[in-house]
Design a binder for this molecule. Structure first.
Ligand SMILES: *[C@@H]1O[C@H](CO)[C@@H](O)[C@H](O)[C@H]1NC(C)=O
Length: 495
């Protein structure tokens, strides 16, 4: 019943939506969705659907190739580049009609017993290659298209997987529109199926500890995939996965709390005035009601609240002007507010495409189609499944660069603090303590038991890009010990 007034509001709010594609992106002007759905599921117009060199339904589900990319500089590893396994592959997704999921797999530069870490970029619809090349991958792209070792790649402490998902993102595609995903059930089932195939292909890694990480809209994906993996283990639905924890960087997880925090964060950071704060806050109750009705499985209320709530964000941005909403210290330049054009150039090189085995497949850094398909998923609350995971001892780290507006630390801090779980009475009063790297405070840490929150200094939305060393330290300490202490033991003790 309540959906009627919300729908009316929905059509009203449609009128003043800006259009600007983003990483965790601003609302787009809604387009002719059904038409887009049929014509583009990462299918290049002009390439006949039949020309699909990968779609061999009788062949193996997972086809992986070893990469032999030239990388300049010093890997910092004892392992020779020939022996260091870099791979790219396609997984023909089970329980789909014709979906192929693209991924990179980089074996650790430090040792194969390191944990296996999965990275998911957000959007929804943005490729994980954004993180690979600009955040925490083994290498970076120089302006002349050379690859250069990244001294702080997360492959220095983990066996690292980047997946392009949901279908239609990056190099992942389908020739069948029925494979498009609209919610976290679809997302988490597909990623779970991929992980099953991955560990089957790489049995030597199946005993390694496994962690799920990612950023931005992955604040939705990660808890959903975590829950799916944990359930698969508990109910013995597939190969057991040695799942230990998940980390969300500048994520969107609990929209009610986080949308309520935009104005407070913007006021605190001097982006808006008190008067503007109070005026924009008048939009918040309707947004909150919409999110409440949306819950964790609604549809119409989710759509309505998507538009209602984003009017809070766009009102702040209307005042902030050309400020980069991923880093309030910067100006927004380029379609994603940063210049990622080298990635597109690199991934369109014939030699690279041949090495990756992607054929003529178009690389989509951020897919508007996937984004729009996930619109009713946006306002759903993904915090609800986390307490059960904490109770079972799964480690949870929520970290946030302090200068990001769109998934700001304040909103994340608030939902983490208000989460109901058995450790809350201890987590609640725990102090914020310095997180030091090289004797310098790199962030503020609050932790109790399996739950940690880290506010990262001098960083925006993309923490590993802005603070590569601190973010690698974070990963190391969190996976191998405790965030509180330095696991950089002296060499003498390292037998
Ligand atoms: C490309 O740029 C890198 C880094 O600036 C440099 O080390 C390398 O020599 C350059 N390669 C060529 C072929 O100019």
């Amino acid at each position: 019943m309540a959906s009627v007034p919300l729908l009316a509001l929905f059509s009203l709010t449609l009128l003043f939506l800006p259009s600007s594609p983003q990483l965790l992106r601003n609302p787009l002007r809604p387009r002719k969705f059904a038409e887009t759905l049929i014509t583009s599921l990462n299918l290049l117009p002009g390439i006949p659907q039949i020309e699909d060199d990968h779609l061999d339904l009788s062949g193996p589900r997972l086809v992986e190739r070893k990469l032999d990319l030239e990388i300049l500089g010093d890997s910092g590893s004892d392992v020779s580049i020939e022996n260091l396994g870099h791979h790219a592959g396609y997984y023909r997704v089970e329980h789909t009609h014709a979906a192929k999921m693209f991924y990179f797999f980089f074996e650790s530069r430090s040792g194969s017993s390191d944990p296996v870490v999965l990275w998911l970029t957000g959007g929804p619809g943005c490729s994980s290659e954004l993180a690979l090349f600009y955040e925490n991958g083994p290498f970076k792209i120089a302006d002349n298209m050379s690859l250069i070792w990244n001294d702080y790649g997360w492959d220095k402490a983990s066996n690292l997987i980047y997946v392009d998902q949901p279908t239609g993102t990056g190099f992942s595609y389908s020739t069948d529109p029925r494979d498009i995903r609209f919610n976290e059930k679809g997302v988490s089932d597909d990623v779970y199926d991929f992980l099953q195939a991955f560990f089957k292909e790489h049995p030597s890694y199946s005993e390694n500890e496994f962690y799920i990480t990612g950023e931005s809209y992955a604040g939705h994906y990660i808890p959903a995939v975590a829950e799916r993996v944990h359930r698969g283990n508990k109910e013995k639905l597939g190969l057991p996965i040695n799942f230990k924890g998940f980390a969300i960087g500048n994520g969107l997880t609990d929209p009610a709390v986080q949308y309520n925090s935009y104005t407070d964060y913007a006021l605190e950071m001097g982006v808006i005035s008190q008067v503007q704060h109070d005026r924009i806050n008048k939009l918040v109750p309707a947004c909150e009601l919409g999110i409440k009705l949306c819950g964790s499985s609604g549809l119409v209320a989710c759509l309505a609240s998507f538009f209602l709530c984003n009017s809070v964000f766009t009102s702040v941005m209307a005042i902030a002007g050309d400020m980069n909403h991923y880093d309030i210290r910067k100006k927004c330049e380029g379609p994603l507010c940063y210049d990622f054009s080298n990635m597109d150039k690199f991934l369109n090189k014939k030699s690279v495409r041949d090495a990756l085995g992607v054929g003529n497949r178009k690389f989509v850094s951020c897919s508007p189609l996937v984004y729009e398909a996930m619109i009713t998923d946006w306002m759903r609350n993904l915090e609800v499944g986390i307490p059960a995971l904490l109770e079972d001892g799964i480690k949870v780290l929520v970290y946030a660069g302090e200068y990001d507006l769109i998934c700001n630390w304040l909103g994340n801090f608030r939902w983490v603090n208000s989460m109901e779980w058995s450790g809350r009475p201890m987590f609640d009063p725990a102090p914020m303590e310095p997180f030091s790297v090289d004797g310098k405070e790199a962030g503020q840490l609050k932790t109790y038991g399996p739950l940690s929150f880290l506010k990262v200094h001098d960083a925006g939305h993309m923490v590993p890009m802005d603070q590569p060393k601190a973010s690698l330290e974070m990963l190391k300490r969190w996976t191998k010990g405790s965030l509180k202490e330095n696991v950089d033991v002296p060499l003498a003790a390292d037998m």
